[in-house]
Design a protein. Structure first.
Length: 55
C-alpha cells in the first residue's frame, strides 16, 4: 500500500515489479508517460503441452 500511495498520480513512472510472476497472457502496465498516457504489454503465453511435449 505504501508503494501505491507514493506512485499515485506520478508521471513519468515505470513499475519496478517483474512480469515473471504474472500468469501467461496477462496484460500489465509498462509505463506512464509525462502526459499520463499508459502503455501496456502482454506476458507471453506458455507453449501448449500434451503428454509432456510442446505442440
Amino acid at each position: 500500500m505504501d508503494l501505491r500511495e507514493k506512485t499515485h498520480h506520478q508521471a513519468p513512472y515505470a513499475p519496478i515489479s517483474s512480469p515473471e510472476n504474472l500468469f501467461p497472457g496477462t496484460w500489465y502496465l509498462t509505463e506512464v508517460d509525462k502526459l499520463h498516457r499508459r502503455s501496456y504489454a502482454r506476458r507471453e503465453e506458455s507453449p501448449k503441452m500434451m503428454n509432456g511435449h510442446a505442440q
